[in-house]
Design a protein around this ligand. Structure first.
Ligand code: NAI
Length: 762
């Protein structure tokens, strides 16, 4: 029993001992290349010759490539390669010559395949020099250097690559130079090519990883015919190629796992290089352009190597930017040297007296229509033609367009700074927006905006800057007023007041269920379209930029969601009559992604319609505290109105479903049945709708089925229907509770999921 118990331990110990012995023997064993085929370019002289001799001595079959010209790349000949091949053979090694230029990479690799049947290792060593001070470099000096060093390395590596991939093994050594890494007088052409070689290597290391192809770069120093023109003879003799070659052999061996690295090597010394980066400092903003002043003010921190890092991949390199965009505006960051701080807060009185130059904004009907498209107006809804077609009788401008002429004024304040307060644009958030209209926005013209600072509030973690902008038309009549509420993170605690009478406060949503709602799916190109109206921040279009901000995709502009919401309220309560709107207020809570669905809940309170928007897919509130003030009490809301067809929730839902079915004919195909919906209100039938999914592309219309009978008839109240479609009410439970009555083929009702799923993504 004891022996059995001890057995597993003994086996473990044994196997461990065996492993150690194996590892030791591996370390002690010489690095051999038996069976391996090595191509060394430029192997007729200097370093290349040394590599070729050393590989052959350790069992490799070597292709000795050399064009045989002089060190400037002039002439050609077979002697250089032949001498080395003969020397290898004389020592009992295996070698074959190739006299092509590296620019003909295919031919070099072909020599390897024809003579030895494979290619395992490539050393891109061939090189020439055509040194001249920069102003004197000729096209030939430039082109020849690029061709031999960079294009040559590319041609040879590309020719070998498929064979290496296929055999799942390959080693590539590329050769750069200190001149490329650090620069060197008279070698602009050579430096450029040599650093190009490093870039090539870095990417080959990444692309070769899954096929066990390792690629490294060396920057050697050795005496050769190339260096004898610039080094004293003693040094040329002392810096032997033998002191470089062992690194090339080690990196080429199958035991070496090294890849994507850069080494300096010479005189028997080897060192590895990596990129070092300062900790850095944020001097740009999410919503404003970056200023040279912000760079100047942060220069010491930008260039300070204390707490430096060593990024080793482009992902690691950009990770810091993602972190910055994710965190900088949320956590009260340390203000930069010239920023406001708790000890030196803004001079509120000086800021209030600030009187910048008025801003002119000229626009045409085209800009107005582009804006309407930018905030989701579509010709699919015929009542939107008035915003999209200058030939419409009642062509008009959406009231939310009022933010566009004013936006530039707000941006100028942020970028140029406020007296007593130098703002770091990277620490700015657009908190709220208020718009007041004195007359409908003109469909074209030149507007002049006057900017002032209404107040600066101390919110502890930051300062709220209230920027008021009055906009006038060509007759000097006031058209609109904007208040931008800008939150400057980290500028608080300056002893200022928390509130201001000048602030336009957000609305408070009533606690009752919304009186009505509108659901609308935004286009995946919504942000791409909206940015053409002026705000070209790449965060809204460039996926890599959005990723840096911690978003999966570019996000919609807050003012674009604001435009959607205003349009919803205007449609629902203002009959799309732009003359009725007096004021709009909103608070930006969370971003919306293009393609997501904006669900606007609305409550009518006298002349005011309160609203709040959610992203239907996530349930997140994206706009809060919203309201639209009308000049006169707006039309009654959907649920408070008499049960007439236009006030029913189901009407809007079916209209949207009809558009969705048209956009995606696969839905109709999947459902392939005719449903009749009897929608009730107050216990009476208020509307009948038919969804005919047997008609190709689907036909959704008000009334009984036009052809034949429905396969399935559903009876449900307008409210419950709205809840069921938005997922608040489960269809089966509604049926069990008697809230939903089904006649005809009950099983077909299951298929409604398809339709409602489509709706939920509307
Ligand atoms: P080298 O002049 O002694 O040898 C280069 C060989 O490349 C020559 O035999 C030449 O005929 C051959 N060659 C030139 N153009 C060719 C082409 N188009 N096709 C095929 N072969 C061609 O030079 P060295 O010093 O041995 O340099 C080898 C490599 O090391 C070069 O890439 C060079 O840029 C690099 N290097 C050398 C340094 C040194 O201290 N020797 C310093 C930094 C880099």
């Amino acid at each position: 029993m004891r022996a059995l118990k001890d057995e597993p331990i003994r086996i473990l110990q044994l196997s461990r001992a065996k492993f150690i012995v194996q590892s030791l023997s591996k370390m002690a064993a010489p690095l051999r290349f038996d069976g391996k085929v090595v191509l060394v370019t430029g192997a007729g002289n200097g370093l290349g010759k040394q590599y070729a001799l050393d590989f052959a001595e350790r069992g490799a079959s070597v292709i000795v490539n050399d064009l045989g010209g002089n060190f400037k790349g002039e002439g050609s000949g077979t002697r250089a390669a032949d001498v080395v091949v003969n020397e290898i053979k004389a020592k009992g090694g295996k070698a074959v010559a190739n006299y092509n230029s590296v620019e003909e990479g295919e031919k070099l690799v072909q020599t390897a395949l024809e003579n030895f049947g494979r290619i395992d290792i490539v050393v891109n060593n061939a090189g020439i020099l055509r040194d001249r001070s920069f102003a004197r470099i000729s096209d030939t000096d430039w082109d020849l250097i690029q061709k031999v060093h960079l294009r040559g390395a590319f041609q040879v590596s590309r020719a070998a690559w498929p064979y290496m991939k296929k055999q799942n093994y390959g080693r590539i050594i590329n050769v750069t130079s200190a001149a490329g890494i650090y620069g060197n007088f008279g070698q602009a052409n050579y430096s450029a090519a040599k650093l190009g070689v490093l870039g090539l290597s870095n990417t080959l290391a990444i692309e070769g990883k899954k096929n066990n192809i390792k690629c490294n770069t060396i920057a050697p120093i050795a005496g050769s015919r190339m260096t004898e023109t610039v080094m004293p003879p003693d040094m040329v003799a002392a810096l032997k190629p033998e002191f470089v070659s062992p690194l090339v052999l080690y990196l080429s061996h199958e035991d070496s796992e090294e890849s994507g690295s850069l080494f300096e090597v010479g005189a028997g010394w080897i060192g590895k290089l990596r990129w070092e980066r300062t900790k850095g400092v944020v001097c740009r903003s999410k919503n404003s352009s970056m200023t040279p002043e912000a760079v100047r003010d942060n220069w010491d921190a930008i260039t300070d190597f204390t707490d430096s890092t060593y990024p080793s991949s482009s992902q690691e390199s950009s990770a810091i930017m993602m972190d910055v965009l994710r965190n900088v505006e949320q956590s009260p960051a340390k203000p930069s040297s010239r920023s406001a701080s708790s000890s030196s807060g803004p001079d509120v009185e000086a800021a209030k007296a600030y009187n910048p130059k008025p801003i002119k904004f000229t626009y045409s009907a085209r800009d107005v229509m582009l804006y309407a498209l930018g905030v989701g107006s579509s010709t699919r809804a015929p009542d939107y033609l008035k915003f999209l077609y200058e030939g419409s009788e009642d062509f008009g401008v959406l009231p939310s367009f009022a933010v566009i002429p004013a936006q530039m004024g707000m941006e100028n304040v942020i970028t140029s700074g406020i007296p007593g307060m130098s703002i770091n644009p990277a620490k700015i958030l657009h908190g709220e927006q208020y718009v007041e209209l004195y007359k409908p926005m003109p469909t074209s013209g030149t507007l002049t905006s006057k900017v002032s600072i209404a107040d600066i509030l101390d919110k502890g973690s930051g300062a709220v800057i209230l920027i008021n902008i009055d906009t006038f038309d060509e007759k000097k009549e006031k058209v609109c007023f904007n208040q931008f509420n800008i939150f400057a993170v980290g500028y608080g605690k300056f002893g200022g007041s928390r509130n201001s009478e000048a602030a336009k406060a957000p609305g408070k949503m009533p606690s009752r269920k919304p009186d009505s709602f509108l659901v609308e799916k935004t286009s995946v190109d919504q942000a791409a379209l909206y940015r053409l109206c002026g705000d070209r921040n790449p965060l809204h279009i460039d996926p890599s930029f959005a990723a840096m901000g911690g978003f999966n995709k570019p996000i919609l502009h807050g003012l674009c969601s604001f435009g959607h919401a205003t349009r919803h309220v205007l449609k629902q309560y203002g009959n799309n009559d732009v003359t009725k709107v007096k004021a709009i207020k909103v608070r930006f809570a969370k971003p919306v992604l293009p393609g997501q669905t904006i669900h606007t809940d609305m409550w009518k309170e006298g002349n005011r319609v309160m609203f709040q928007c959610k992203v239907a897919e996530s349930g997140d509130v994206c706009l809060s505290g919203g309201y639209v003030d009308f000049h006169a009490a707006p039309a009654a809301s959907a649920s408070t109105a008499a049960p007439q067809s236009s006030a029913l929730k189901c009407d809007l839902i079916f209209e949207e479903l009809g558009r969705r079915a048209k956009d995606d004919p696969a839905i109709a195909k999947k459902i392939n049945s005719v449903f009749q919906f009897n929608i009730t209100q107050g216990g009476k039938t208020a509307a009948v709708w038919t969804t005919d999914m047997k008609t190709p592309g689907g036909a959704i219309y008000k009334g009984d089925p036009k052809q034949g009978k429905a396969d399935c008839t559903l009876t449900i109240s307008d409210d419950n229907f709205g809840d069921m479609v938005t997922g608040k009410l489960n269809g089966q439970q509604a049926f069990m509770k008697g809230l939903l009555k089904v006649q005809g083929n009950l099983m077909l009702a299951q298929k409604l999921g398809e339709l409602f799923q489509a709706k939920s993504s509307l």
